[in-house]
Structures are given as structure tokens and as C-alpha cells.
Design a protein around this ligand. Structure first.
Ligand SMILES: Cc1cc2nc3c(=O)[nH]c(=O)nc-3n(C[C@H](O)[C@H](O)[C@H](O)COP(=O)(O)OP(=O)(O)OC[C@H]3O[C@@H](n4cnc5c(N)ncnc54)[C@H](O)[C@@H]3O)c2cc1C
Length: 505
């Protein structure tokens, strides 16, 4: 995947579909459109997945909370997508056991029945069915669980994934299917034919400052929390479709749970659920739900949210966690559909497709888990709106870039799938690239070089936050690795790359 190739194609070709936004939804739309045979382009203002799509709780799930709310249709759809994703990207998704502890007998029965319904909605699936376990077995699964008064637990299964790596796999799949793709290209406006129909996007290359025009018969606005901003560029009177809510996470050591299973806190003080999840040899605890007025690119957890996360999970742990145990924090903004939002085609309670008078298709809301279905709905609407020749979606059975079902030899490179061999080849050619970026991190210099050569990494943050997940696993260690990553990237790109502020010289 090469940015220069993407840029020159964007400026030079006539496309059927241009997608604005390289998060889960936009990348999914580019994969969908490209694999249908449409000439497809995608531009992303910053890095792939850098907004909401790399800041999720990293679950591919039906959502037990939605079940509690009685949203059966949504849960069924998401569970179907869970299986589809496991089939198409086995290198990026895996099964995870969740332990739901119960300290009252009634709760145990209630959770057991609820999760049987969850199993039933999943239908035939690769994920194991739920079952009740004794207090002793619950503590074998999660040794850190508070033992006092524990009556038992229900164990159920869902999917877990690496969100930024899946975003990248989608970008590469889109390119594999002929799409022209570039990061750090921002859409700044639209242009129209004499009848007022949109015929393309004005954009700027954030690296060079150069303006470019991307000509396309259909335009898909998949800019997530920024979707209303784009809509008002088309129609200043457009009524907002979205509201935003922040969800925060803390990351602590894997010893916090001491297990390969996750903990689900079934009821928090604000009536939600909370997860403590093993992930990349750490534990992620999240999340919160704080309404925010305006979209922002790099939201941060507040001190109150961090205190709430610690206090809530501590109620279930034998040895409480403290502020000093926190290795990193991250937050994302949910693009939520406003109550009463009108649209030309409201497709589910969770996501919507809106087609403007000029023909721009906006796809918004939803979940990572349902990105494929959202993408399909958006491309269907774009094809109808622009009169593209009918071509059905193929993504239900389309393997994503790197897909492989075998367990890889090098587990640290599992998420590269078939590309792991290419990373190892770099080390075979230059053994110094096997050097770790930091003793506290599992990443090597070879992954930095590969990120630049094959994964369109342009900044140190691209590498530390998304090509690797160093910034999520251990912010201090990631900062320490910054200068070395910058040096490797400078050599690869032939220009000076600087580490982000706050990294040691
Ligand atoms: C805290 C939290 C936890 C979550 N956990 C889960 C979970 O566990 N499982 C799950 O299924 N879902 C989860 N979700 C939901 C999921 O993360 C989102 O639904 C999904 O990532 C949204 O993707 P998107 O592509 O629509 O938006 P985004 O990822 O925000 O992508 C939009 C992109 O558009 C780009 N853009 C904006 N303006 C322009 C422009 N002018 N030109 C070009 N590009 C532009 C942005 O830079 C951005 O990259 C969670 C969400 C949050 C906030």
C-alpha cells in the first residue's frame, strides 16, 4: 500500500465512488465498493482509524446491554456480523470467555437466562455457548475476583479484536480490490454539475498542502463524529443527525485479572455494564458514557471518569487497583444517532443512511461489529443515487487482507496474518531489526520499517498508536521508544520525522 501511488491516482482518475473518511465505516465502504467492481477512491484526513475506530473497547459482539434493553433485532444482526468477521479475518478476531459474577442467587439465574437468549439469537456459531459455573470455578477463570459472597458466575463468549489493525487490514483489502487510497488527505468541499448533483470532492494533501480534486459519480460521507460538519459543507441548513458521547478506558497490567478470561460487571452505578478485558498482555477497563457538545479529534478521559472506572472495577477485585497501576488511558467519541433525526432511509436503530438533495450519501452511527453491513447499506444507497450499474455486495464471504486460519509460528505477529512472513524477511535480511523498541513492549524495529514500507505509516504516532499499539499498552514505554521510531522512519521516508512532543530527546 503506497501513498504516492494513491495520491496520483486520486488526482488523475474518474471514479464511480469516492469515500470520505478512513475509519471502520469508510474503509468498509471502500472494500465493499471496490470488490463489487466499482472504481473506488478513499481519502482520510488523518491516519486510518485514528478517530473513533482505534479507541473502541475492542469487542466484536452482539452487545449484552442491548439485549437487556430489548433491542433483539440489533443484537441478532451484530451476532451475525460477529461470525462473518471471524470467518473473514481469523487473524484479527478471536474468541474470548466472559465471566459474569453473581453475588445473589437471583442474579445468577437472571444472567443465566439472559445469556441463553443471547446464545439462541446467535444461532449456529463457532462461539461456545454460555454456562453457569461454581464460585470456585469462577475464581479459577479469574483468580483476582473478589471471593466474599460470590454465588457463582455465568460464562459466555464473544469476539475480541485489535481495532486499529483491523482498520489497516480493511485499507489494504480495499487496495487489493483496486481502490485508490490515501491517508492525510482532507476533504474540504464538494463540486457539482449544472443540475446540482455532486460530481466530486475538493481535498487538500495535509503533507504538501497541495489541493486536489477527486472526480466521482457517487460520494459517501463516512466521517463518523464529523459527519454533520461535512453535511453542512454541502447544505449549510442541514439539520444535525448526530450526538456525541465520550467513552474512556484505563489500561493496567495483566496481573489485575490474572487470567485469559474477561470480567463483565453487569450493573454499574449509572445502570450500564463495564468490562475488564485481557488484551495484548495487559488489562483494559472500560468504558464510560459522557455526553459531549462537539466532536473533537483527540478526546481525553477526565479525572472523574478514571476514578469511576477504578472504583467500579475494584468492587469486584480482591486486590483493588490504584491510580499508580495505570499504564495508559484512552477515550473515543461515539457517533450516536440523534433522537428524532430524519433521514431518507433509516435502516436500524443503530445506524442510518442519509442521502442529501445533491446525492451525497452519509452513513453514520452503528458499531465496529456492524461496519460491514453499514458499508453495504451505504454502497447500495450510493449506487442507487448515482445510477451505477447494479452489482451485489460480496463482502459476506470476502476474506480480508492477510486472512489465514492456521496459528502462526510467531504469535507476536499473529495480527499480520500472511504478512508476518514479510516482517520476518526484513529481520532475515538485517538482524539488527529484531531489536525491541523498548524492553516493556513486544514490538521490534522490523515492524516500524514494515509499517512505513507497506502500511502507509507517516508519523511516529501512526506507528506507536496504530501500526503497533505501544501507546495503548504503555504510554511511558511508547514515549521512550519515540526517538528510535523517528530515526527509523526518517531513514525510510528520506525526510526528517520528529517524535511527538513529550518524548525524551
Ligand atoms: C468508547 C467506545 C467504545 C466502543 N467500543 C466498541 C466495541 O467494543 N465494539 C464495537 O463494535 N463498537 C464499539 N464502538 C463503536 C465503534 O468504535 C464505532 O462505531 C466505529 O469506530 C465508528 O467508525 P466510523 O468509521 O464511523 O468513524 P471514525 O472511526 O471516527 O472514522 C471517521 C474518519 O473520518 C475522517 N474524517 C473526518 N473528516 C474528514 C474529512 N473532511 N476528510 C477526510 N476524512 C475525514 C476522520 O479522520 C476519521 O478517521 C465503540 C465506540 C466508542 C467511542
Amino acid at each position: 500500500m503506497n501513498r504516492d501511488v494513491g495520491l496520483s491516482r486520486l488526482a488523475g482518475e474518474q471514479f464511480d465512488v469516492v469515500v470520505i473518511g478512513g475509519g471502520a465505516t469508510g474503509l468498509g465502504a471502500a472494500v465493499d465498493a471496490g470488490s463489487r467492481g466499482y472504481r473506488t477512491a478513499l481519502i482520510e484526513a488523518a491516519d486510518f482509524g485514528s478517530a473513533t475506530s482505534s479507541r473502541s473497547t475492542k469487542l466484536v459482539h452482539g452487545g449484552v446491554r442491548y439485549l437487556e434493553q430489548g433491542n433483539v433485532g440489533l443484537v441478532r444482526e451484530a451476532l451475525r456480523e460477529r461470525s462473518t468477521l471471524l470467518r473473514n479475518a481469523p487473524h484479527l478476531i478471536h474468541d474470548l470467555a466472559f465471566v459474569v459474577p453473581a453475588y445473589r442467587r437471583f442474579d445468577l439465574a437472571f444472567y443465566a437466562v439472559g445469556l441463553k437468549v443471547y446464545d439462541a439469537l446467535a444461532g449456529r456459531t463457532e462461539f461456545p455457548r454460555s454456562h453457569v459455573v461454581s464460585p470456585a470455578d469462577a475464581r479459577t477463570l479469574i483468580p483476582a475476583l473478589a471471593p466474599n459472597g460470590l454465588r457463582g458466575a455465568v460464562v459466555y463468549h464473544d469476539g475480541q479484536f485489535d481495532d486499529a489493525r483491523l482498520a489497516l487490514a480493511l485499507a489494504r483489502t480495499a487496495v487489493d480490490h483496486g481502490a485508490a487510497v490515501a491517508n492525510y488527505v482532507r476533504a474540504t468541499g464538494f463540486f457539482y454539475d449544472s443540475a446540482g448533483r455532486v460530481t466530486g470532492v475538493d481535498a487538500v494533501d495535509a503533507e504538501s498542502g497541495a489541493q486536489l480534486t477527486v472526480r466521482a459519480r457517487a460520494v459517501i460521507n463516512a466521517t463518523g463524529i464529523f459527519a454533520d460538519t461535512m453535511r453542512t459543507l454541502d447544505d449549510p441548513a442541514a439539520r444535525p443527525l448526530l450526538a456525541h458521547s465520550r467513552g474512556s478506558h484505563i489500561v493496567v497490567s495483566s496481573a489485575a485479572l490474572g487470567s485469559a478470561a474477561a470480567l463483565l460487571v453487569p450493573k454499574t452505578s449509572d445502570g450500564r455494564v463495564l468490562f475488564a478485558l485481557p488484551w495484548h498482555e495487559r488489562t483494559i477497563v472500560g468504558t464510560t458514557d459522557v455526553p459531549v457538545d462537539a466532536p473533537e479529534r483527540d478526546p481525553k478521559p477526565s479525572a472523574d471518569e478514571i476514578a469511576y472506572l477504578l472504583a467500579t472495577v475494584n468492587r469486584y477485585l480482591e486486590a483493588p487497583l490504584a491510580q499508580r497501576d495505570i499504564l495508559a488511558v484512552f477515550a473515543g467519541l461515539r457517533p450516536l444517532i440523534r433522537r428524532g433525526a430524519t433521514s431518507t432511509a433509516r435502516l436500524s436503530r443503530e445506524h442510518l443512511v442519509d442521502v442529501s438533495r445533491s446525492g451525497i450519501v452519509t452513513i453514520a452511527g452503528g458499531k465496529w461489529t456492524t461496519y460491514r453491513k453499514m458499508a453495504q447499506d451505504a454502497v447500495d444507497a450510493a449506487a442507487r443515487s448515482a445510477g451505477l450499474g447494479a452489482s451485489p455486495s460480496r463482502t459476506v464471504s470476502l476474506p480480508l487482507h492477510g486472512a489465514q486460519h492456521d496459528t502462526p509460528d510467531n504469535v507476536l505477529l499473529r495480527e499480520y496474518g500472511t504478512d508476518a512472513a514479510n516482517v520476518l524477511q526484513l529481520v532475515a535480511a538485517d538482524a539488527t531489526l529484531a531489536t525491541r523498541l523498548d524492553p516493556r513492549l513486544p514490538y521490534t524495529e522490523a515492524q516500524v520499517v514494515y509499517a512505513v514500507r507497506a502500511e502507509m505509516a507517516r508519523t511516529v504516532e501512526d506507528v506507536l498508536a496504530r501500526r503497533t499499539r505501544a501507546l495503548v499498552l504503555d504510554a511511558g514505554a511508547a514515549r521512550a521508544a519515540g526517538p528510535r521510531v523517528a530515526a527509523l522512519m526518517s531513514a525510510e521516508l528520506g525526510r526528517r520525522v520528529t517524535p511527538p512532543p513529550g518524548t525524551p530527546p
